[in-house]
Write a protein that binds this ligand. Sequence first.
Ligand SMILES: NC(=O)c1ccc[n+]([C@@H]2O[C@H](COP(=O)([O-])OP(=O)(O)OC[C@H]3O[C@@H](n4cnc5c(N)ncnc54)[C@H](O)[C@@H]3O)[C@@H](O)[C@H]2O)c1
Length: 395
Amino acid sequence: AGLMGSGIATVLADKGVTVRLKDLSLDAISKSIGYAKKVYRKGRRRYGQSGMTERLGRLSGGVDYSGFGQADVVIEAVLEKMDLKHQMIADIEKHTRREAIFATNTSALPITEIAAKAAHPERVIGMHFFSPVEKMPLVEVIVTDKTDPVVTKTISQLSRKMGKHVIVVRDCPGFYTTRVLAPYMIEAVYMMMEGYRIEDIDRAATEVGFPVGPITLMDEVGIDVGQKVLATMRKHYSDHMDFPPDHIQAFIGEGRLGKKTEKGFYLYEKGGRSKMDKGRKLVDESVYQHLPNGTQTRNADFEEMGERLVLSLVNEAVRCLEEGILLSAEAGDLGAVFGIGFPPFQGGPMRYVDRLGSRNITARLRDLELRFGKRFKPTAKLVEMGAHDLSFYGE
Ligand SMILES: NC(=O)c1ccc[n+]([C@@H]2O[C@H](COP(=O)([O-])OP(=O)(O)OC[C@H]3O[C@@H](n4cnc5c(N)ncnc54)[C@H](O)[C@@H]3O)[C@@H](O)[C@H]2O)c1
């Protein structure tokens, strides 16, 4: 019942589902119900006080598994640690009916590995929400080779009942959305290390059409969460992704976890509101002390910076299609636009390739590869498409 668990429970109860929460303390449960209250208060004009009471009445919680025996679906949103996820499966299998579905909201851990210790791996599935759950319109449903198709159907239906768009993808570390976001975030870190200013990196992304820039996103999601995700990506994708030296540990050591600790790349007031000056968020200048010695501040080249951010993401999206993680180009476009805020007017990464031309995109990536290294090497599918000037949608 942390950040994600609270959001998931709030939306489920809003849509008529009875929810039982579990956490380690009653304090966590009451915070979670407080979260729901805050969201429902905003909807009171639509459904009145009685609607709010009705919704809150569907939520209850505790520190043990009482009530779980009747559950059809259990959605876990504990910390991003494999041994904890394994413990969850063991506990849930002990306390639920044999038919109950175990859905995990992990950001990047492979579902197959989570399911490896399950007595019933066919009932294990990924149900990846985005933060804040009540606002973000996508659920990424992740299936393993063992997931029962009936389970996939039930979880897709439940996600739609929650008012979300759904993409079903095959399991891999980071799935689709986290995986394509990784090179984009990594590129932002490289830019910081090259001396670009934090606000300029974010502006390069918003000028291309992203709703927020990558550094703001790191503060929002949590720098510690980002670190765990990057560790998973490093373990599995070092063949084609580059990773800057891990300075994040120093951030975590000084309690700089982002907005939630009111200490991140930007400055925050008590309560987590950004400190502003003339309509702009203020950067916490003390962050720059973590840059390598001798880093010189550079003037922004927004066009090039924007291109680096977008193309790193696009290349990985095409790789996901090539590997069969994505079942279609449409799913890749939908997932990027609704899950990670890919500029909607561009239609998604595949449509972006179509609009600029696969030949052109491949040439741009080759140019960036020469300057920045293997992380920009165009993926085989793009090279093949570029050679024949092919498009994804054939328009
Ligand atoms: N933060 C995001 O934007 C985001 C987005 C998508 C997915 N996720 C994933 O969701 C999961 C949770 O992330 P979060 O940001 O909500 O973290 P969080 O720290 O806010 O919440 C985790 C909660 O799990 C509880 N917990 C720990 N051990 C437990 C146990 N044994 N039984 C019951 N509860 C236990 C903690 O007390 C805490 O309330 C992670 O796997 C994360 O990777 C996070």
